[in-house]
Design a binder for this molecule. Structure first.
Ligand code: ISE
Length: 338
């Protein structure tokens, strides 16, 4: 049976999800693409042979010929549209973050719990990346010994808009690290401190975060949204017996003119192409079987990331080490995933 999906958002990620479903996965049909900008939706529809375009996300979610939804619209729409999907009992692959407000994440959790089953798979795709998977396996196998520290760099060529701020680095970019680090280590955070150097120009400076986990590990996360040179994500997990770092997949190296050269991707789509594919394949399995994918992020993970983001924004503002206090994890989510 083919899964009939509707994609909400025809921007960079909506387009990429359409490409993955249309070109790299089978047993799936994109019935409709929705965007406030009809021309933009039409362009994606033409590119991938999608039958319908729409400007009304709610009506897409309600359609009886849609089995599942992908939300790739602006961040502020993720939680309200996820709630609509739960209300209409449609499984949804929602781009990160679930919300920048932890209270909105609690609303989504409450709706899922009341509905009696999970509907929201969150787009924290790094959990599906082979390099992070090997890091988690090495930890579980005991090769690294007790984990002590994890260093993380996350660099973009430039911000998507001139209005991008340090706070947005914490609430929009860093949630990837907030999620994948707590997934690899299997622990929540206790506190966050945030620092920012001064740039010589008007663009947003890097944000440097130091987090403590509930198991007394230290995690540092550098987000540099204006790194200029390329998209670059690195991480190293240091244990008492060894350390493991990520290698970005590289398909070629050029030797010429007395130099050896490899290239950086311009953005995250190439670096995490395999992870996105695995994530979307897992989503289709979730839709057909009703079983939530073991390693995927769910609404509790979205809540945890939002809580760290909120504490991080406060820490950036007042320069202090800020406590992160999660509500008690509902049993409903303890039973899901890892
Ligand atoms: C951006 O906000 C994203 O959503 C991407 O997934 C991430 O990889 C990128 O670096 C972020 O800045």
């Amino acid at each position: 049976m083919s899964v009939r999906i509707g994609i909400i958002g025809a921007g960079i990620m909506g387009t990429d999800h359409a490409r993955i479903f249309a070109e790299r996965l089978s047993n799936v049909e994109i019935r409709v693409i929705c965007d406030a900008d009809t021309a933009r939706a039409k362009k994606v529809a033409d590119q991938f042979g999608i039958i319908d375009v729409s400007t009304d996300p709610e009506s897409v979610i309600q359609r009886s010929d849609i089995d599942a939804v992908v939300i790739a619209s602006p961040d502020s729409t993720h939680a309200p549209l996820s709630l609509a999907c739960i209300q209409h009992r449609k499984p949804v692959l929602c781009e990160k973050p679930l919300s920048q407000s932890s209270n909105q994440c609690i609303d989504v959790m409450n709706a899922e719990i009341a509905a009696g089953r999970p509907f929201v798979q969150l787009g924290f795709m790094r959990r599906f990346d082979q390099a992070y998977a090997e890091m988690k396996t090495a930890l579980q196998n005991g090769v690294l010994g007790r984990p002590l520290m994890m260093h993380n760099f996350h660099r973009n060529v430039e911000t998507p808009s001139a209005e991008f701020t340090g706070a947005m680095a914490i609430t929009n970019s860093a949630p990837h690290e907030f999620d994948v680090v707590r997934y690899v280590l299997g622990v929540e955070y206790r506190s966050i401190s945030v620092f920012q150097p001064k740039r010589s120009d008007a663009v947003v400076a890097p944000v440097m975060m130091v987090l403590e986990t509930e198991d007394d590990q230290l995690v540092n996360i550098e987000i540099n949204n204006n790194a200029s040179y390329g998209y670059d994500v690195r991480a190293e997990l240091i244990g008492e017996a060894g350390s493991l770092s990520l290698n970005a997949p590289l398909y070629s190296a050029l030797d010429a003119k007395l130099t050896h050269r490899t290239e950086y991707a311009a953005d995250w789509r190439a670096r995490f192409a395999e992870a996105y594919w695995r994530q979307n394949r897992a989503f289709l399995q979730f839709v057909t079987t009703g079983t939530f994918p073991e390693i995927a992020s769910h609404s509790w993970d979205g809540y945890a990331a939002a809580m760290v983001g909120e504490a991080g924004v406060r820490a950036l503002k007042d320069g202090s080490r800020t406590a992160i206090r999660l509500i008690e994890k509902p049993l409903f989510y303890s039973k899901l995933g890892v």
